[in-house]
Design a protein around this ligand. Structure first.
Ligand SMILES: CC(C)(COP(=O)(O)OP(=O)(O)OC[C@H]1O[C@@H](n2cnc3c(N)ncnc32)[C@H](O)[C@@H]1OP(=O)(O)O)[C@@H](O)C(=O)NCCC(=O)NCCS
Length: 177
């Protein structure tokens, strides 16, 4: 996966650095590091993965935004995770806000996700942040109950999100303006 690095993205991450340090009550001098990968190319291939690490290199959290195959207006939020011992301090909620803003800025109209019915933390985050459950089914591959949810991005304010699409192909950057 190609690694991209833009000034805008760096500044955006720094904003979230501050918020995360506040939430986790880390000393102000603590250095977090982000690993981000973006795959652009043609419409239909959009993929962003962000991972945040503590100064000790232990992972704190991560998420991936992937464009849905066949519809460039929909993105999928996947692999969202907050690692122990950083859970239940508001980070899952903060990163949900972060990826909704990024998705809006990247030009998508809707974000979609699935979660297993036993994930109580995810359920709470989705319910409190404007997501709608659209379907529920038993996954024949795993036997688990899967919940499908969507978030309309129309009301998401992404004015404080820089154009993270800078390293994306021109047509996506255009859509994000
Ligand atoms: C689900 C997950 C992202 C939540 O992260 P988090 O940082 O703990 O989330 P928050 O601190 O913002 O918690 C949001 C709410 O959920 C609650 N919550 C979090 N984990 C919970 C749990 N295991 N059981 C019950 N409630 C939980 C919090 O108490 C909080 O409730 P409140 O709003 O009433 O205060 C994290 O637990 C995780 O990564 N889990 C494993 C992977 C996973 O399930 N990913 C989801 C993709 S399907």
């Amino acid at each position: 996966m190609a690694t991209c690095s833009t000034d805008q993205l760096e500044r955006f991450m720094k904003t979230y650095d501050r918020k995360i340090k506040r939430l986790l009550e880390l000393p102000t001098g603590t250095k977090l590091s982000w690993e981000y990968s973006a795959q652009g190319g043609r419409t239909g291939e959009g993929l962003w993965t962000l991972r945040c690490y503590a100064h000790t290199h232990e992972p704190i959290a991560q998420f991936t935004i992937q464009q849905m195959l066949g519809c460039c207006g929909v993105c999928i939020s996947t692999a969202a995770r907050v690692y122990a011992p950083y859970t239940k301090r508001g980070l899952g909620t903060l990163l949900n806000e972060m990826r909704l803003g990024m998705a809006k800025r990247l030009g998508y109209g809707v974000m979609m996700c699935t979660d297993v019915s036993t994930s109580l933390g995810t359920k709470k985050i989705l319910a409190a942040n404007g997501w709608t459950t659209v379907w529920q089914f038993r996954n024949p591959r795993t036997g688990r109950t899967v919940i499908m949810s969507i978030r309309d991005l129309a009301d998401i304010d992404c004015s404080d999100v820089p154009n993270v699409a800078a390293s994306w192909p021109a047509e996506l950057a255009e859509a994000a303006r």
